[in-house]
Structures are given as structure tokens and as C-alpha cells.
Ligand binder design. Structure first.
Ligand code: GLV
Ligand code: MN
Ligand code: MN
Length: 427
């Protein structure tokens, strides 16, 4: 997958030098420069949010940035069969210590969700080198492909393919909103979709995986800590509800003659909220497609995507079953139909106890916290030991242009990650 040739070293957007030898004393400046540079890629001028969707020109620019960061540091660069990018300090080998995150975003997302982990990985390597650390095993920084699933609907595509959770045929056939398949989009970007699928060789490289991420919530604010360590990820999934009725004239069709799928859709959204509240869970409908989407036409179809999460799997299953029952009743009373399809699901994740305890010790007892957000570390945890560090988010807001973390806390995150990598690389 040689898409990086599209933005070769020397491309104007790539000139942002790393300076490993001077990093120890100048980490703040290095962080700011890297951050300001990345902040310019994929930002929507109208909303201030980021639209960094997999295999688009913006994504290719980010991928070129990643390859260039590896090259500037003299790290070996590798793109695996599923489009995940790797930068190696030391030769790729079984049991390496791997860090990183993702560079893609949700529609109008913030700049920290994902990139903070990738940038912190590179800067942590710089810090360790500047200190003359000689790791006992190779260290890799990664960019996992399409973590948010914003374009093709399934989250964590790169890590799900790598671990064999996502069937490559299904992945190749996933379509974006314009009807382009993932396979076509990769080809157009110069990548080869035919080699996608479970990759035991790449997986064997990961001895331990540590992902640093901006916190999506305010627990660290309340705990008064810049950095925390993750305990668990809530189980979560995505379900498509397809309501179908009959298109007709908005003025000339009597109410009693209508088969309007908007009505059961609306009832289902309200029920999802009420049922989630009762269950101690969360349920969100954040994406809707209406056909034909005309002001003066009763729709023929409404597709709505439910995202549901809870502390345990039974609660998620029961909640989705209850929402489905409500949707079916509402659909039938409006003389319409509903079909529910599970598009993705991630079981509960309990992060590796050995890694968690080690990190806790290395960082002098930083707070531990669970999260309701999904991550590549969660997907990888089914196959390899994984851990996560969170960096304080003053407002708790994420998946929004308002997402923020202070530079001071981000630098504290880099230092924490470097300490963890130093400790683990010698084990
Ligand atoms: C990804 O950030 C998710 O939690 O869906
Ligand atoms: Mn996210
Ligand atoms: Mn993320």
C-alpha cells in the first residue's frame, strides 16, 4: 500500500522538522509546532471541526505526514496489509512495544481524538532518544486506519481487520454515503484492498500496546489529575433501523391515508432516550437518511443509526431489544415496516491487569478510570495485552470542534507515555 508516494517528502505540507536531540529541553515548543501543523489538515473553515475520512485526500495528507515523521526520525516505515501505518525504532520484530492511535475523525470532530496519541508516540520516542535510552525491544508508533468509521459505517476497521474480527469481504463491500465501496476508495487512493484481512504477522509484532488518548469526559478534571490510566471500555455497537412506508404528496394526502416512516422513527428516538435512562445506559441517534428528503413529500424511507452503550453487555442487549420492540410496534401502527441490522459490536474490555498495575506504579499512582468511548486498544485487547492513558479534557467535550486539552497537559501526557515506554521496553 504505497499511497505515501502521493505526498513525497518535500511536499510543502511536510516541512515540519523533528529535532530529537533538542527535545528534552524543548518539548513544549516541539509539541506546539507539531500540533499547529496538524491542526491545519482537514479542518472545515465553516464549522471549525475536522473531516478526516478514510482514504480521502485529507486522509492521504495525514498518512503522508505520518510517513514523513518516521523518515525525519530515521525510523523504518511500514504500511501493513490493512492500511495501518507503523514507524519503527528498531527492526520490526515479534513482541515489540507498540504505541499510537488514529488520525481520522468523526464528521466535524475535534483535533485531539486520535492524533494526540500518534503525536505523543513520536514525541515520546524523541524524549527517550534524547535521554540516551536503549530500549530492550523495538518500539513502534502506529496510525490505525479508519478508527471512527465515519465514512464506511464500521468503527476500528484497521484494527478489526488486523485481528480478524472484521471479514475482509464485508469490509471491501462497505459503502460510503455516495455509494463508493471501501475497495474502490482504497484503489483510488493507490492502496490494494485485495490483501486486507487477518494479519498474524503484524499482530505478532505487538508484545504490548499502549494508546494515549484525550479523555472523553471530565473525570480527570474532578480528580485533579492531568493523566489517568484506563480500566475498561463499555460494550457498544451500532444498529441501523430502516423504516419503510410510501412516498406521497404532503398537501394532497389525507393523514389517514399516509404510510409515513417518519412517525415510527420519531417514536423510536424518544423511546431510546427514555429506555436508556431507565437502564443506566446511553443511546444516541446521530445519523439519519431520509428518502427522498423533500419538504413537501412524505418520505418513503428513513434510515437511522442507533449507537448504544452501557457498563455491561446484558444491559446493551436488553436495551437494544426493548428499542427494537418499540420500533416494531410504532412501525406497525403507522402501517409501515422496520428492519433492524447490527452493523458493528464491541464487547466489554477490561484492560490487562499487569500493564495497568505497572503503569500505575511507573506514574506514581495516577487515577484509574473506565470509558464509554471505543478505541483500537479495545479491539486489540482481545488478542494482545493493551493499556490506555488518558489526558485531561477540561470541558469533557469530544467528537465536536470544541474538544480541547491544554498544551501543558498534552506535554504531561507525552512525558507519562515516555516513562511507560521506557519501563515496559526493558521488560
Ligand atoms: C469512537 O470514538 C467511539 O467511541 O465511537
Ligand atoms: Mn472518537
Ligand atoms: Mn479516538
Amino acid at each position: 500500500m504505497d499511497t505515501e508516494q502521493l505526498f513525497p517528502p518535500g511536499h510543502p505540507s511536510m516541512r515540519q522538522a523533528a529535532a530529537p536531540s533538542s527535545v528534552e529541553g524543548a518539548l513544549d515548543g516541539q509539541f506546539q509546532r507539531t500540533w499547529e501543523f496538524l491542526a491545519g489538515i482537514g479542518r472545515n473553515g465553516r464549522t471549525g471541526g475536522y473531516r478526516r475520512f478514510a482514504w480521502t485526500a485529507v486522509d492521504l495528507e495525514l498518512r503522508a505526514w505520518f510517513a514523513e515523521q518516521a523518515s525525519q526520525r530515521g525510523m523504518d516505515y511500514h504500511c501493513d496489509r490493512n492500511g495501518n501505518q507503523w514507524a519503527w525504532w528498531g527492526a520490526p520484530a515479534t513482541g515489540a512495544l507498540v504505541t499510537g492511535s488514529h488520525l481520522d475523525s468523526v464528521p466535524d470532530g475535534g483535533v485531539y481524538d486520535g492524533p494526540l496519541g500518534v503525536v505523543s508516540g513520536f514525541l515520546a520516542v524523541d524524549l527517550l532518544r534524547a535521554r540516551g535510552v536503549e530500549p530492550g525491544r523495538p518500539i513502534a508508533v502506529t496510525n490505525f486506519c479508519d478508527e471512527e468509521g465515519a465514512r464506511f459505517g464500521v468503527a476500528c476497521i484497521g484494527s478489526q481487520l488486523l485481528t480478524g474480527v472484521l471479514d475482509p469481504d464485508r469490509a471491501r463491500g462497505l459503502r460510503d454515503v455516495d455509494g463508493h465501496t471501501l475497495a474502490e476508495s482504497m484503489q483510488r487512493a493507490g492502496a490494494d484492498p485485495s490483501t486486507m484481512g487477518r494479519d498474524d504477522e503484524a499482530l505478532s509484532w505487538i508484545g504490548d500496546f499502549v494508546e494515549l488518548h484525550v479523555e472523553q469526559g471530565q473525570r480527570l478534571v474532578h480528580l485533579g489529575a492531568a493523566v489517568g490510566v484506563a480500566t475498561a471500555i463499555w460494550p457498544h455497537g451500532r444498529w441501523r433501523f430502516r423504516f419503510e412506508g410510501e412516498a406521497n404528496h404532503a398537501g394532497a394526502t389525507r393523514l389517514v391515508d399516509r404510510r409515513d416512516p417518519m412517525l415510527p422513527f420519531a417514536s423510536t428516538v424518544l423511546a431510546a432516550r427514555a429506555l436508556a435512562e431507565q437502564a443506566g445506559a446511553v443511546a444516541t441517534v446521530g445519523k439519519v437518511h431520509v428518502v427522498p428528503n423533500g419538504t413537501n413529500a412524505i418520505p418513503s424511507r428513513v434510515d437511522a443509526w442507533l449507537d448504544s452503550r452501557a457498563p455491561d453487555e446484558t444491559t446493551v442487549a436488553d436495551l437494544v431489544a426493548a428499542i427494537t420492540t418499540t420500533a416494531q410496534r410504532a412501525a406497525s401502527s403507522a402501517d409501515t415496516t422496520v428492519e433492524v441490522t447490527r452493523e458493528s459490536y464491541s464487547p466489554v474490555v477490561d484492560f490487562d491487569a499487569r500493564l495497568r498495575n505497572r503503569i500505575h506504579e511507573v506514574l506514581g499512582g495516577v487515577p484509574e478510570l473506565p470509558t464509554g468511548a471505543g478505541h483500537d486498544a479495545g479491539i486489540l485487547s482481545a488478542r494482545v495485552p493493551t493499556a490506555m492513558l488518558f489526558v485531561r479534557n477540561p470541558t469533557g467535550v469530544s467528537h465536536s470542534p470544541a474538544e480541547y486539552a491544554s498544551a501543558v497537559d498534552c506535554v504531561a501526557g507525552v512525558r507519562a507515555l515516555a516513562a511507560v515506554l521506557e519501563d515496559l521496553s526493558c521488560r
